[in-house]
Design a protein around this ligand. Structure first.
Ligand SMILES: Cc1cc2nc3c(=O)[nH]c(=O)nc-3n(C[C@H](O)[C@H](O)[C@H](O)COP(=O)(O)OP(=O)(O)OC[C@H]3O[C@@H](n4cnc5c(N)ncnc54)[C@H](O)[C@@H]3O)c2cc1C
Length: 468
């Protein structure tokens, strides 16, 4: 890489980029680029950004193509930036880079009601997508990672999940087509507005979850679904995680698939509610399951809620509360969404492992033993229906704990031991890539490296993410 161009003659790079995007859309001004140097990665984990960067904001795929051809020509790294809500430092430039922001690609291209699909430019935010569908009224898109500032391109690049994956899956399950600018500048369309499509090798699925390393996503076609009319939120309390986690597979086997099935350590809910100036309604027991149930009829909603409670009671549930009015449902969801809030200033790492759901009790047991072994407080919540648990490793008064690396690695090993993964939804990025060997044999890593080389022979795109 020829990063000296940015450290010694940044004005020349800005001028060259302005030649592509116009005067107003490229800058090296320190104040203007400051907010592009970080994302939502935890403070204690966030790698330091290199400030010798310039930001470019292209308007269309052709301009992106020209920028990538230029970057290949002069050998400069390009960091791709969506909404900046990622938590594994994927959008943080850790070496002098061109930061390419998708924010101007923000148009809804087509809402195709007959085929139940929507095509969006990659910089459309999740909030914008939800507003568009609210206006239409009957259709909805199910994937919802916690922050609505995420862009659809970023959600595809990160293969985002979220609370609703138990019923509807993750981004990969809903992407039908992508327009992508390859690192070498060619513009390709992968996939189509089809429900069945088996021709050739599926390159589109390689791009989903590639975290900015294989191409820049510029347009996304997503499948939509008919909205259910009736929803309720159910809280069920247990004395321990074993009973709570064992109840969930029985509920799914009964044929009831809630929109969300979330596990929350009680202490998290109490602190979150306190921070929001409200109270958590459960007092019996020590842990809670939160179910969001959505059904097409009111009768089905109530009968499914009753069945969930019955099954939980067979697993020693000690209490249950149903919220069926909008206001109370919103209040409970707000408390759940604010779960990180009380810990934000002293969180070392939000772990993101997943195991097969039936192995969650074993995984929890291992994590609790490790917490004791390393003398650390670990609190947990997670998308339990997906086997995806977020264990919060807390810091030492705002610092990474001394034994943090060893504890983290042992938790990853525990997940992998049960057939799990280091990261279920947040991704590899820059913060988890050193643990690739824990999960993959050398041959698989070599195949991934080969694919990267084929797409990006000069290694200009998102250096530091996933690959060394
Ligand atoms: C409070 C909070 C809660 C969250 N909860 C969840 C959750 O429940 N589930 C979940 O999965 N995630 C969650 N996230 C993480 C995050 O919101 C998702 O990863 C999201 O998909 C990132 O989208 P973004 O547009 O912000 O991408 P960015 O952060 O900008 O980028 C993420 C990665 O994608 C690449 N990228 C971005 N746009 C493109 C593009 N157009 N083409 C190619 N590469 C691109 C970047 O280079 C980077 O590597 C949460 C984040 C926060 C802050």
């Amino acid at each position: 890489m020829n990063t000296e161009l940015l450290t010694k003659t940044p004005a020349k790079v800005v001028d060259d980029l302005r030649g592509i995007v116009g005067r107003d859309w490229a800058t090296g001004d320190a104040e203007k680029i400051a907010s592009y140097l970080y994302d939502a990665t935890e403070d204690l984990l966030r790698p330091e950004a290199d400030s010798a960067c310039v930001v470019v904001k292209p308007a269309n795929p052709n301009e992106i193509s020209e920028i990538l051809k230029y970057a290949n020509n002069v050998k400069l790294p390009v960091t791709v930036r969506g909404g900046g809500t990622g938590v594994v430092a994927g959008a943080i430039p850790t070496q002098p880079s061109i930061i390419l922001s998708l924010e101007r690609l923000n148009k809804v291209v087509e809402l195709d009601e007959k085929d139940l699909m929507i095509t969006l430019e990659a910089g459309v935010t999740l909030a914008q997508l939800m507003d568009t569908l609210k206006g239409q009224g009957r259709l909805f898109f199910p994937v919802h990672p916690g922050d609505e500032g995420a862009q659809v391109g970023g959600m595809v690049a990160a293969n985002a999940g979220g609370t609703r994956a138990v019923k509807h899956g993750i981004m990969r399950n809903h992407v039908k087509a992508l327009e992508v600018v390859l690192p070498t500048g060619e513009i390709v369309t992968l996939g189509a507005k089809l429900l069945k499509n088996n021709m050739g090798i599926d390159l589109m699925n390689l791009l989903i979850g590639s975290e900015g390393t294989l191409g820049i996503i510029t347009k996304v076609t997503l499948r939509l679904y008919a909205k259910n009319k009736f929803s309720g939120t159910l809280l069920v309390s247990f004395n321990n995680y074993e009973d709570a986690t064992n109840a969930v597979p029985d509920i799914l086997q009964e044929g009831i698939t809630p929109l969300a099935a979330e596990y929350i350590d009680r202490i998290i809910s109490i602190k979150s509610a306190e921070q929001l100036g409200t109270t958590w309604p459960c007092s019996k027991g020590k842990v809670d399951l939160m179910f969001i149930v959505e059904e097409p009829t009111e009768d089905l909603l109530y009968s499914n809620c009753e069945k969930i409670v019955d099954i939980c009671e067979k697993h020693n549930a000690v209490d249950s509360i149903v919220a069926d009015n909008d206001k109370e449902q919103r209040r409970l969801l707000e408390i759940r969404s604010n779960a990180y809030g009380p810990y934000r200033n002293n969180i070392a790492d939000i772990m993101d492992a997943a195991v097969p759901p039936s192995k969650i009790p074993n995984f929890f047991e291992d994590v609790n033993k490790l917490a004791k072994k390393y003398n650390r407080e670990i609190v947990s919540l997670g998308h339990i229906g997906d086997g995806n648990i977020h264990n919060f490793i807390l810091g030492d008064n705002g610092k990474l704990p001394e034994n943090y690396e060893a504890l983290k690695e042992d938790i990853y090993k525990a997940a992998v031991k049960y057939g799990g993964t280091v990261t279920a939804e947040h991704g590899t990025g820059k913060t988890r890539k050193k643990h690739m060997e824990l999960q993959f044999p050398p041959k698989e890593i070599a195949l991934m490296n080969g694919i990267k080389k084929l797409f990006d022979p000069n290694g200009i795109l998102s250096p530091g993410n996933i690959f060394d």
